[in-house]
Design a protein around this ligand. Structure first.
Ligand SMILES: [Zn+2]
Length: 154
């Protein structure tokens, strides 16, 4: 029924959060719910092969990857460093303060925008309203999902 690009964090169990089971969600996860070639390719598969019309990009409070991007952590492995720097650059380019509380809420929006910019398929589906992207942030305090506003057209 939907695709979810979320963080790998174990405190964000997607099927439990959305109260769904087998066969319901097409889930893509990585540290920091980030744009990567792999996440984009998986989303394109969901569009082409499964014709899914809803993508939720779900960040969360206390995200380690987004926190590292805000603090410019330097003791990371090369691959992780690349991912974190990518998140940091997206935040800086969008003038988002490097404050974890704000960054975890804005980063899902930035990831959604980058998916649209980087993929003709995603852009066309959004433009023709065949795909709605919903950036959101899961908060541990109240167990709420804060919705950041639909992206109908990038
Ligand atoms: Zn996270």
């Amino acid at each position: 029924m939907a695709m979810i690009l979320s963080c790998s964090d174990s405190r964000v169990p997607i099927e439990l959060l959305f109260d769904v089971g087998f066969g319901d969600l097409f889930v893509i996860r990585n540290a920091g719910n980030a744009f990567t070639e792999g996440s984009l390719a998986s989303i394109e598969y969901g569009l082409e092969a499964l014709n899914i019309d809803l993508l939720v990009v779900l960040g969360h409070e206390g995200c380690g990857a987004v926190g590292a991007a805000c603090s410019n952590q330097t003791n990371l492995s090369p691959s992780l460093s690349e991912l974190v720097l990518h998140i940091r650059k997206a935040l800086i380019d969008a003038d988002v303060p490097l404050d974890p509380e704000q960054a975890v809420r804005r980063h899902p929006v930035l990831t959604a925008q980058q998916l649209i910019r980087s993929s003709q398929l995603v852009a066309e589906r959004v433009k023709s309203s065949a795909l709605t992207i919903e950036p959101a942030c899961y908060t541990f305090d109240h167990g709420n999902i804060e919705w950041m506003g639909s992206i109908h057209d990038g």
